[in-house]
Unconditional design. Structure first.
Length: 158
């Protein structure tokens, strides 16, 4: 098969006492994402999308939250590992499209840096990475600022 598509999703609760990292970029905010790793929902969603496109399960199978090696690890390390898996299977990443659901903080000015960091980590052109952000208009977990979630869709090709 010349092309494969994968979809990923992740969500983490916002808590005090944690740094907020999204798309590999530290974001100044009063809360951070609770997780075994740094809780970067954008990177986790991309990892799941890439693993799905490869037919290789999900992030929890490869980097379980029961493994102390991954405690507080930068999610970019996980993404780099998954990127090497893509290459080893003979594929290249054609593009990545993400959607972040967050009421706060506003992410508009951080998106270009996120795209650069993600592209550099995966060794792909920055134009192959897109990040969109939206609110939930005050509704649900995101609307009441309890969590941040992200979706990712990827296309890989031989």
């Amino acid at each position: 098969m010349a092309h494969k598509v994968g979809i990923g999703y992740d969500i983490h609760r916002l808590v005090k006492g944690r740094k907020l990292v999204l798309g590999g970029v530290p974001i100044p905010y009063i809360k951070g994402l609770l997780g075994h790793s740094d809780g970067d929902v954008i990177v986790h969603a991309i990892c799941d999308a890439l693993l799905g496109a490869l037919g290789k399960g999900d992030i929890g199978e490869h980097f379980p939250n029961t493994d102390k090696r991954f405690k507080d690890i930068s999610s970019l390390i996980l993404l780099s590992t998954v990127g090497r898996m893509v290459k080893k299977q003979g594929f290249k990443i054609a593009n990545i499209d993400t959607m972040v659901l967050a009421e706060r903080p506003k992410l508009q000015f951080f998106k270009p840096a996120m795209c650069r960091v993600l592209a550099n980590t995966l060794k792909i052109p920055v134009g192959s990475v897109n990040i969109k952000a939206t609110t939930q208009e005050g509704l649900g977990f995101g609307g009441v600022k309890e969590a941040i979630a992200a979706y990712a869709v990827v296309l890989i090709k031989k």
